[in-house]
Design a protein around this ligand. Structure first.
Ligand SMILES: [Zn+2]
Ligand SMILES: [Zn+2]
Length: 89
């Protein structure tokens, strides 16, 4: 199998709904592919498919989560982007 040329991932300010890992995106011939750096979850359709902002309840309503910069970010200690909930702030 011929390996494609190294895909160019770009960092997003969004985190994975499963593990809160950072999400990266790249263009593919089928559209935007989003991937979680930590758990490796990969989807076609962009970061909203796997980020916490895109989370919905069973009823289909937004779950209230969103991705935000961590103001107390300490490199190596805490994550730069975290998943927050409306009611937590
Ligand atoms: Zn997000
Ligand atoms: Zn993940």
């Amino acid at each position: 199998m011929v390996r494609e040329s190294e895909p160019c991932w770009s960092l997003t300010d969004h985190v994975c709904y499963r593990c809160l890992g950072r999400i990266v995106e790249r263009q593919s011939s089928d559209g935007v592919v989003a991937r979680c750096c930590d758990c490796g979850l990969e989807v076609l359709g962009g970061y909203r498919k796997i980020c916490t902002c895109g989370l919905t309840l069973m009823s289909g309503r937004p779950a209230g989560f969103y991705c935000a910069k961590n103001d107390n970010h300490k490199p190596g200690k805490t994550q730069e982007i975290i998943g927050l909930h409306d009611e937590w702030v």
